[in-house]
Ligand binder design. Sequence first.
Ligand code: G3H
Ligand code: ZN
Length: 273
Amino acid sequence: MFNIKNELYDAWKEKRAVGAFNIYDLETAQAVAEASKEADYPVIMQITPSAIEFAGLKQIFDIAKNEIHENGIKAAIHLDHGKDYGITKSCVDIGFDSVMIDGSKLDFEGNLALTKKVADHAHRVDVMVEGEIGVISREEGGELSGEGEMTNPDMVRDFATKSGVDILAVSVGNEHGAPKGEKLNLELLREIGLSTPVPLVMHGASGLSESDIKEAVRCGIVKLNIDTNIRKIFVDSFSIKHPGIKDPREILLGAKNEAKELIKKYIGILSGK
Ligand code: G3H
Ligand code: ZN
């Protein structure tokens, strides 16, 4: 049976990494699964709370599970940016392989306590846990969410050991949404890489150059998160009809609601109500 923690720890030793790609519907799940199959390399399908809100937890979990099964790939289903214990528990209980608890906006002690609570629960059923230390200044979709804060290398060992996380996300200049000017502080990442007791995760990787990604992997990054660049492909394919759209879900949701009203109209006609 494929075990994502073993895979990432092997990758750490071998100085390679696994891509974590965000999915929120059948098409994104298919794109990730088929790519993994054709490339013959493991992947992580990651699902944010907003994707769960969009698709439904069981529905999106089943889509991911079916795509993994049908394509016969080595893949893990992961909760991306879980912000509270409740969402991580729901994902662990339904069968996710891995969860992220993002307590990065809390102070050190608050982040540590929350992350440890999640890890204690998840580890009981062998689910991997990702934590985060340092604040990435832009949220999902690239919206500014206050001041960013680089990861303090002196806190990494303490946080990882006391919380029990398996992998740790860091803030070293990386930002969500691929904003202009996104640039890694590789010196800081190297320093963190030398002292960390667990392998590292790079969020906001859509805006990074190939050479920065390769260097980041040499520094201990084993999981690299890509969302924006995949959304962009879907959005660009619609953008002639919908200029200015940043998220394909806005189009899909609008189309679904239009279709729903039409179907209800037919039902109204047919049912005589
Ligand atoms: O958690 C998801 C990733 O960090 C997304 O990063 O916006 O650069 O694709 P991205
Ligand atoms: Zn992220």
